[in-house]
Design a protein around this ligand. Structure first.
Ligand SMILES: *Cc1c(COP(=O)(O)O)cnc(C)c1O
Length: 338
């Protein structure tokens, strides 16, 4: 048995999910005739109280489409320095949209409305025009942390006052909703566009969705086509999404609980310098300077436990649907005896 804590993307569809996929009805989504895709899009649009939703093969493509919808070449996006759109989308911001990023490094990634205000470029022609603010919830590289919704509302006001778009990278928004007892609808009220992943904590093999109101989403399907993201009988994948929305949201609590329990044990180990605050399913911790990161990771690997390094002396563990109670007991016991 391998205990794989590298990411919540390593999950495989369960038997029940595969059955739901097999039993669904499909059509050609390029003709918009796949009833399961249409159903998933309508369902997610309704959850967020927005007009339109569009199914994507990846979160990266959903984000890149949103960036394109909100910007013109030469303009600038305000985001955290560890934002996924800046760090992990292969430079797509500049490649696809021809925009630059104004990187903030405030308050562990949860910058404030004031920080946004200060980051907006003056109107003089020789500055790049600021056109979009982007945030991530939960914030991946910031340890799965959740934003304070009140601050998000304040940032919305700054966006309104300065005619900026506001995009949420909600790859793990489900984790935030469960952890903070919030609703999708309240997020729909403050953002212009939101991307969500079905293939992280929700356990689907593939799939992301971009939601927004009809005006901004009008061009989304054309951009998806330009990016090569049109699919045909994608309903099989959408069926996994519908199954996950019914069955896999509430249970994220269990992943969060396990992550906290891992954090408590790690914090007691003498070789560990620091465990970052755990709010959802991501555990980031740092080894003491005199401990070799490779030795630590290899020792875990020798015991069939897989985790990844985050650079520096930091390591990451992510709990998920396929990290079950038995694995959790084994890991806790292993760490206690480390
Ligand atoms: C995983 C992830 C994405 C999307 O990634 P894909 O692998 O393209 O689906 C976007 N943003 C964040 C914060 C993520 O963790």
């Amino acid at each position: 048995m391998i205990i794989d804590l590298r990411s919540d993307t390593v999950t495989k569809p369960s038997k029940q999910m595969l059955e739901a996929m097999m039993e669904t009805q499909v059509g050609d989504d390029v003709f918009r005739e796949d009833i399961t895709v249409n159903q998933l899009e309508t369902r997610i649009a309704n959850m967020f109280g927005m007009d339109e939703a569009l199914f994507f093969p990846s979160g990266t493509m959903a984000n890149q489409t949103a960036l394109k919808l909100h910007t013109n070449p030469g303009e600038q996006v305000i985001c955290d320095k560890y934002a996924h759109i800046y760090n992990y989308e292969s430079g797509g911001v500049s490649f696809n949209s021809g925009v630059s990023c104004k990187l903030l490094d405030e308050n562990n990634g949860m910058f404030k409305a004031d920080d946004v205000l200060k980051a907006i470029n003056p109107a003089d022609y020789y500055y790049s025009k600021t056109s979009l603010v982007e945030i991530e919830n939960t914030a991946n590289r910031r340890g799965g942390t959740c934003w304070d919704f009140n601050e998000i509302k304040k940032i919305r006001m700054v966006c309104d006052e300065n005619k900026l778009g506001f995009h949420l990278d909600g790859a793990r928004i489900w984790n935030a909703l469960v952890a903070k007892n919030e609703t999708a609808n309240q997020y729909g009220e403050v953002f212009d566009t939101i991307s969500v992943c079905l293939s992280k904590g929700l356990g689907c093999p593939v799939g992301s969705v971009l939601v927004g109101d009809s005006k901004i989403m009008e061009n989304a399907i054309r951009i998806r086509k330009i990016f090569g993201g049109n699919m045909r009988q994608a309903g099989y994948l959408a069926a996994a999404g519908l199954f996950a929305l019914d069955n896999n949201i509430d249970r994220l609590k269990e992943d969060h609980k396990k992550a906290r329990e891992i954090g408590i044990v790690l914090a007691q180990l003498p070789i560990i310098k620091n465990v970052e605050r755990i709010e959802t399913n991501i555990v980031i911790f740092e080894l003491n300077e005199d401990v070799s990161l490779n030795d630590f990771v290899n020792k875990l690997a020798d015991n069939n436990i897989r985790i990844i390094s985050m650079g520096g002396n930091k390591l990451r563990m992510v709990t998920h649907l396929d990290y079950n109670n038995d694995m959790h007991s084994i890991l806790i016991k292993f760490l206690k005896n480390f």
